[in-house]
Design a protein around this ligand. Sequence first.
Ligand SMILES: O=c1ccn([C@@H]2O[C@H](COP(=O)(O)O)[C@@H](O)[C@H]2O)c(=O)[nH]1
Length: 269
Amino acid sequence: MTRAQLFEQIQKKQSFLCVGLDTDLNKIPAHLLDTEDPVFEFNKQIIDATKDLAVAYKPNIAFYEAMGAEGWVSLEKTINYIPKEIFTIADAKRGDIGNTSKLYARAFFEKMDFDSVTVAPYMGSDSVKPFLDFKEKWVILLGVTSNEGGKDFQFLQADGKPLYQHVMAKSKEWGTADNMMYVVGATRPEYLSDIRKTIPDHFLLVPGVGAQGGDLQEVCKYGMNAECGLLINSTRGIIYASNGEDFAEKAREEAKKLQGEMATLVQSI
Ligand SMILES: O=c1ccn([C@@H]2O[C@H](COP(=O)(O)O)[C@@H](O)[C@H]2O)c(=O)[nH]1
């Protein structure tokens, strides 16, 4: 998917919501456990209930890998079920020496037709570039993460700048704002002004709204750009809003609340 197509979806749906699909057999409603593929059945109903409100879906690959071969089947069915105009993110946090990264990229971009994959920047340019060789596919590089431990390394000062700034300034040379995005946690909105000085045009994938307590308005105040520039993710706050038979309906209600706030923000661009 191109950046123009993504922005078109944002304008059409008045939304920059990314729904996380971290589907856990221990958390999904009991009545689904008797179905042939409970994970896919859950995802299918969540997608049906939110696809007019979301511009992106983000399965976290850990939840599928942990189930072994069965999990990969559920993931593949899920990715094939998501309407093609909706941006898809394999939240896999991959990256390795070049020839290995190339195979990670093939797994997510060719075997499964994801639009993007999250990549850890720690191994540097040759670990990231193989993902950038795929046309109309995206790398989403970890920038400032939402977790507490993110500060162990990401804010260490070197040459008068925090490490995450070095990562962004250097890595943006490897691709363009048409094939790279960055993860910036909603729990750290205070860094967004500085981040926008380094990467004014790139889209940011922002997890941490909802269960982690991040604030949508704060993120948008400092993080939006002329093409919106944000994909705001909420996972548990939406998909586990209820674990009863009404789970899809409740998920829709939560997604609708966020989309309603986003509509006002999109109109202000
Ligand atoms: O910095 C990061 C990077 C990735 N994540 C992932 O996003 C979702 C957040 O889920 P919630 O339930 O909305 O908290 C999850 O898959 C994380 O692994 C992140 O939270 N922070």
